[in-house]
Design a protein around this ligand. Structure first.
Ligand code: PBG
Length: 330
């Protein structure tokens, strides 16, 4: 078998440590470099004014009213972070998540305000119903089933409403079948042919979303998300999920969570060569924050190591609550 190495180049002729001896050499041969351009910063918008509440399980992450969100995004933008992704918490929740697709919903207001105040900041909207439904599920519930096709119709309305408000990218996070295709056609019909879709293409039913559900107040009141999100044990299935989203029109494909699924990020990148995003989710963030606060790990060092690993695995883009902290170090 052919090897990548010349056969003579073994110890003592070959000493791997030679290129590790100084910081300059190490940086010259470094294969992966993290950049602020890779980051997408997630934010939680709530109704009202002058409202800023820290999420107890996510130190440094806040629920923000639109005015506060604009202030926060001014800082995000000045740190050199190119993009944010917005999650909304409505005034009232109902069975059909009506505020998700109301043109006066909190996300629609937030997008309009951000595009008016900081037009250069790229605004992505998360398209899902779980934050907006009284039961906390991502779609319409009938009996004990979360129904697919009718829920997709609502997601389509939500995506078009976000686009009309001025969103730069829409990001469906529900994992229902056929939603990318439906959203693509509706965007096109409404004149948004140039608006990209970033699909949560391989999204796993993960315990790592716990803190997010506190932040977004979206914990399901009964049942779970296993009938639409993926089984953590599956990898081939992720490839099929991603392929379908690409065929349906996704422009960027996401793997979520990131850290326990680095193998999936790598496979998706190598298989499809698409712009690929990894979502370094809430639980991944909270674990590092908690251990750092306890003095059990060096928080900054571990943060940079984790973000680098996601990039090294093949992600072009990283959604991360660490974006501000990391940008300050870069
Ligand atoms: C669904 C959505 C979730 C996350 C992003 N979009 C939660 C879920 O599926 O329950 C999780 C993100 C995180 O944990 O940081 N709208």
């Amino acid at each position: 078998m052919e090897t990548a190495f010349a056969t003579t180049a073994t110890f003592p002729d070959r000493r791997m440590r030679r290129l590790r001896m100084t910081a300059t050499l190490r940086s010259m041969v470094r294969e992966t470099s993290l950049s602020k351009d890779d980051f997408i910063y997630p934010l939680f918008a709530v109704p009202g004014r002058n409202f800023r509440r820290e999420v107890p399980s996510m130190p440094g992450v806040f629920q923000l009213s639109v005015d506060e969100l604009v202030r926060e995004c001014t800082e995000v933008h000045s740190l050199g972070i190119p993009a944010v992704i917005l999650f909304g918490i409505p005034e009232h929740k109902d069975e059909f998540g009506s505020e998700a697709y109301s043109d006066n919903g909190v996300i629609q207001e937030a997008v309009r305000a951000l595009k008016r105040e900081i037009p250069e900041l790229l605004v992505i909207t998360d398209v899902c119903l779980c934050e907006y439904t009284s039961h906390g599920h991502c779609g319409i519930v009938r009996g004990d089933e979360i129904v697919n096709d009718e829920s997709v119709e609502l997601l389509v309305r939500e995506a078009v409403s976000h686009a009309a408000a001025g969103a730069d990218i829409v990001a469906p996070s529900d994992m229902f079948d056929g939603r990318v295709k439906a959203i693509r056609s509706a965007l096109d019909e409404n004149g948004f042919t140039n608006l990209p879709i970033m699909s949560y293409a391989a999204k796993y039913a993960s315990g790592f979303y716990g803190p997010f559900r506190d932040a977004a107040e979206s914990t399901p009141k009964f049942g779970d998300r296993r009938s639409h999100q993926m089984d953590p044990a599956n990898a081939d299935e992720a490839v099929r999920e991603v392929e379908l989203d690409i065929l349906e029109g996704a422009d960027i494909v996401m793997v979520k969570p990131a850290l326990p699924y680095l193998d999936i990020i790598r496979r998706v990148k190598d298989t499809f060569h698409m712009p690929t995003a990894g979502y370094n989710v809430s639980g991944e963030y909270s674990m590092i924050k908690a251990a750092g606060r306890n003095g059990w790990i060096d928080e900054q060092r571990v943060m940079m190591e984790v973000l680098t690993s996601i990039k090294r695995a093949g992600a072009d883009l990283i959604l991360t609550y660490f974006a501000k902290d990391a940008a300050r170090l870069l």
